[in-house]
Ligand binder design. Structure first.
Ligand code: GDP
Ligand code: MG
Length: 598
């Protein structure tokens, strides 16, 4: 393929604005996937993704397109994940492109997620083509949304494309714009090989399948390649293009996008952002921008049934093969027994892993509340990273505790500014900026402790804005604060899995609310169950669950048989996802109670 006929692009869109629908249309229009083969939404091929309507893992597709000028072009679409947890992967796939379609729902407008990704694309000098989607909807206001894009992003929208991915309107125009506006890759085939990894997944037969863009030079089947971050070398068994299924070829050149298999054992050995070069003639410098995705949120995973510990370990090992950002190590909890402390990029990543463990590996798990990584300086001057609150040492042994802060950018219709500011205030937010955008929409910027964001902040933002506000966050560093350790006792046993690190000013209220919530969530037993919250040796809140009255069950006997059956069934169902702490049965929901305090 001539480099001048290649166009590499991605699609930037807020969730639900129509990215997947448009991608499918492009594949169909170029004959890459015949309409009858078209599964619903070809690019989102993971079950979980389809259910949640989000793109978690990136995919790519190569299309052949004969443009109006009569020439044949190769268009490579590189899809990007649509969630903040994966913003590093987004940035790597944008770097692999020369252009991007900015898809905005013409009945909605610009959202925070869109903004973050457009800025990333602008930073990497991508040509951005604005597309106003869903113009078939009666509520579409393309002129208003154009004005908004111009005002917020400063992007000329006079040639913005009006489209309906659903009805196929504007699709031809989009293809022509890609050909004419997105620049071709640079001609760097003479340079030593440098290929950028923008995605990878584990295949049990061929090992890791790496998706890459050749930035410089060329790469052939049989080549011995080196991954520059790890220094490891592999021989390429197979290489090819994605059209959109894998089609093997012998060679790929600068500007092209493809996949390779080289008996790589785990995706952690071929990380997103790493540079592939030739072992024989290595490039002198790797491509810029490589960082290892670091887990930001941690939680404990414990099998409800201790016998499943081995199965859980195996399942985590398997998932890890395919997920470089997942981390885990064995954890022993006095309350919960043997389990794992696991690290994730964010809450969504955590939920995905949890769901896959339960669904695909049929495990019955107790998951403890998420925690961020605290930085603790001891009196001896040691600096420790603490991702498990129950390992925080007593106050006399520590000098200071620092916690990660994030900048949160929100976009909301004006009428919800008040409720959102109130939300940020209660989460220890520091107001930074507020700007009025077009048509009664406002952007709000706060700095917040990550710990306050990883709880239910996103759900709160959505419910306080009736679903209209959107958000995006990025790490800004560590800050010291007056943080204390809050312990919980159930039936006089301290429960290490419920330990929290909280701000001193909030400790009393959180302790109080948590104890009340636990009282609600833990079922009654034959005996009275006291529940207490403490800071150090000082009890700050106390409640008890009264003992079960014997006649509650007795009433059923001899009575309505179907009701009795139902009660027993419910009991059986309730037995799952319970953990015995001492003699008290504690349900999964109790370990997440802290996420539902207000
Ligand atoms: P994504 O989250 O950006 O990938 O969005 P999807 O492609 O999954 O689309 C979200 C929803 O919008 C789906 O229900 C689509 O059927 C619908 N949708 C996408 N494009 C259009 C369009 O042009 N018009 C209308 N009316 N609906 C659309
Ligand atoms: Mg999608």
């Amino acid at each position: 393929v001539l480099v001048s006929r290649i166009r590499n692009f991605s699609i930037i869109a807020h969730i639900d604005h129509g990215k997947s629908t448009l991608a499918d249309r492009l594949l169909q229009e170029t004959g890459t996937v015949a309409a009858r083969e078209m599964k619903q939404q070809f690019l989102d091929n993971m079950e979980l993704e389809r259910e949640r309507g989000i793109t978690i893992k990136l995919q790519a597709a190569r299309m052949n397109y004969t443009a109006q000028d009569g020439e044949q072009y190769v268009l490579n679409l590189i899809d990007t994940p649509g969630h903040v947890d994966f913003s590093y992967e987004v940035s790597r796939s944008l770097v692999a492109c020369e252009g991007a379609l900015l898809v905005v729902d013409a009945s909605q407008g610009v959202e925070a997620q869109t903004l973050a990704n457009v800025y990333l694309a602008l930073e990497h000098n991508l040509e951005i083509i604005p597309v106003l989607n869903k113009i078939d909807l009666p509520g579409a206001e393309p002129e208003r949304v154009k004005a908004e894009i111009e005002e917020i992003i400063g992007l000329d929208c006079s040639n913005a494309i009006l489209a309906s991915a659903k009805e196929g309107i504007g699709v031809h125009e989009i293809l022509e714009s890609i050909v004419h506006l997105v620049p071709p890759p640079q001609e760097t085939v003479e340079k030593p090989l440098r290929a950028l990894i923008f995605d990878s997944y584990y295949d049990s037969y061929r090992g890791v399948i790496v998706y890459f863009r050749v930035m410089d030079g060329n790469v052939k089947k049989g080549d011995r390649v080196r991954l520059m971050a790890t220094g490891k070398e592999y021989e390429i068994d197979e290489l090819g293009v994605l059209s959109p299924t894998q089609v093997p070829l012998d060679e790929l050149h600068a500007g092209e996008v493809g996949y390779l298999a080289a008996s790589i054992k785990a995706v952690a050995d071929a990380r997103v952002g790493d540079t592939i070069t030739l072992a024989a003639q290595p490039a002198s410098e790797p491509l810029p921008g490589y960082t290892e995705a670091k887990p930001m949120v941690f939680c404990g995973l414990f099998p409800t049934d201790a016998d499943q510990f081995g199965d859980l370990r195996e399942a985590l090992e398997r998932l890890k093969l395919n997920d470089a950002a997942l981390s885990y190590e064995p954890e022993t909890s006095s309350a919960m027994g043997f389990g794992f402390r696991c690290g994730f990029l964010g809450l969504l990543h955590m939920e995905i892993v949890q769901e896959r463990l339960e669904r695909e590996y049929d495990l019955d798990l107790i998951v403890t509340a998420p925690s961020v990584v605290y930085r603790v300086t001891t009196v001896k001057g040691e600096v420790l990273n603490i991702d498990n609150p129950s390992t925080l040492m007593p106050p006399q042994e520590r000098e200071k505790v620092e916690e990660p802060y994030v900048q949160v950018d929100m976009i909301t219709p004006e009428e919800f500014v008040g409720p959102l500011m109130e939300l940020c205030q209660t989460r220890r937010g520091i107001f930074k900026d507020m700007r009025y955008l077009a048509q009664g929409r406002t952007t709000l910027i706060y700095e917040l402790p990550l710990a306050e964001v990883v709880t239910d902040f996103f759900d709160q933002l959505k419910s306080r804005s009736r679903g209209y506000a959107s958000m995006e966050y990025q790490m800004i560093g560590y800050r010291e604060d007056n943080l204390v350790r809050l312990d919980i006792m159930i039936n006089n046993d301290p429960v290490d899995a419920l330990v929290m690190i909280v701000h001193r000013d909030k400790a009393y209220n959180v302790g109080r609310a948590l104890v009340e919530k636990l009282k609600e969530l833990i079922p009654r037993h034959q005996f009275k169950v006291p529940i207490q919250a403490a800071i150090g040796s000082r009890i700050i809140a106390s409640e008890h669950i009264p003992a079960l009255r014997k006649d509650v069950l007795a009433k059923c006997y001899g009575g309505d048989i179907s009701r009795k059956k139902k009660l027993l069934q419910e009991q059986a169902k309730g037995k799952k996802r319970m953990k015995s702490i001492g003699t008290v049965e504690v349900p999964q929901s109790a370990f997440m109670a802290v996420l539902r305090l207000d």
